[in-house]
Design a binder for this molecule. Structure first.
Ligand SMILES: Nc1ncnc2c1ncn2[C@@H]1O[C@H](COP(=O)(O)OP(=O)(O)OP(=O)(O)O)[C@@H](O)[C@H]1O
Ligand SMILES: [Mg+2]
Length: 332
């Protein structure tokens, strides 16, 4: 090998150090190219409504994409619109404005106090489901739905309380009809396992802290549905999941169907609405006889025309009365 050939060989053996440098230069060029692409992404993203996100960080770019998914964008719109606009329904005798100092509003305040005391007072036991309240009566038309809704509205203004009203009158869903939600899925659909998540059936109202569970689709075996294990589990879940919540069950009359006495077995407090001047005393006694115990029963004397009545009803606990809010009595 000539001296020249040896020199060429030596130069070749030094070649890697030269190509490393080359590679470094290429790498640097590549990085700046990638940065350029990043900038290009920024321009692309600038067309969407969230241009300020630093797109050179892949994780955040990814986050931008997630935020822009159509479902995520639809979520807030769904949650801001109430399902039931009770105020706009302008229902006769339904007190959506708690600030009003009407006799009826005052009476409702007096009715709710002992109920709240029993539900959340020092003596209450969570295991007794004292925050579950059933509104029933001896016969039809005594004012159960009217009382349930007004009581719910009155409790909803309490500072630390939320209210759920359940239309548990599956055969004659008066509350669902009144609120125009009788075509919505509700309690029966849950009990028939057509909907597993009860939360998806609860309807929000325009009254803060008040939600409603409609009766749902009609079912011929409503007593069996209400007596089912699934209903028992639901009672328990409703009672313990939100301990600051009152759940009001607008229920059927005790002497007309067997459903009300079935429901009463799982409920902490029972309110028996008695229509003043109409329901005979023996019917009230018969209705009370349908219940296993009367320790947790309160009576409300409804539609009494001459002001508030507060009567101690023998061994059946305390009694309350409220009546029609006529023009004269409303002006205070
Ligand atoms: N205190 C009251 N003041 C004025 N109207 C009342 C009062 N209570 C009930 N009503 C009216 O009496 C009628 C019957 O009341 P409601 O529908 O609440 O009775 P109900 O016991 O739920 O009947 P049902 O057994 O058919 O379910 C309704 O028109 C209601 O607006
Ligand atoms: Mg009713």
């Amino acid at each position: 090998m000539s001296i020249i050939e040896k020199a060429v060989d030596k130069l070749r053996s030094n070649a890697p150090s030269v190509s490393n440098k080359d590679q470094q230069q290429k790498d640097a060029a590549g990085d700046s190219q990638r940065l350029e692409m990043g900038k290009h992404d920024t321009c692309h993203d600038a067309q969407d409504p969230t241009p300020s996100l630093p797109v050179t960080e892949p994780a955040k770019t990814q986050q931008t994409e997630i935020l822009l998914e159509p479902d995520a964008l639809m979520q807030p719109a769904v949650s801001t619109q109430p399902d039931i606009e009770i105020i706009a329904l302008n229902l006769d005798g339904i007190l959506t404005d708690d600030a009003r100092r009407t006799r009826q509003a005052e009476e409702m305040r007096m009715i709710k106090r002992p109920i709240l005391q029993s539900a959340f007072g020092k003596k209450h036991k969570p295991s007794e489901h004292s925050n579950l309240l059933m509104v029933t009566s001896a016969i039809a038309g005594e004012g159960k739905t009217f009382t349930s809704l007004n009581l719910a509205l009155s409790i909803a203004v309490e500072m630390d309380r939320t209210v759920l009203v359940v239309d548990a009158d599956l055969a004659k869903p008066g509350l669902s009809r009144l609120l125009k939600i009788d075509d919505r899925s509700g309690l029966t659909n849950y009990l028939r396992d057509e909907e597993r998540d009860i939360g998806r059936l609860l309807l929000r109202t325009d009254i803060p802290k008040l939600t409603v569970l409609p009766a749902g689709s009609r079912h011929v075996h409503s007593t069996e549905l209400l007596a089912s294990n699934r209903m028992q589990q639901l009672f328990h879940e409703l009672a313990v999941r939100y301990p600051d919540r009152i759940v009001i069950f607008d229920s059927p009359p005790l002497l007309v169907t067997s459903e009300a006495s079935v429901l009463a077995n799982f409920i902490g407090q029972i309110v028996l609405v008695v229509e003043s001047g109409k329901t005979a005393q023996h019917l009230v006694k018969d209705a009370l006889a349908q219940l296993d115990s009367t320790d947790n029963v309160s009576l409300i004397l409804n539609k009494c025309k001459k002001g508030f009545l507060s009567t101690q009803m023998g061994s059946y606990g305390y009694g309350h009365g409220y009546g029609y809010g006529n023009e004269e009595s409303d002006q205070q």
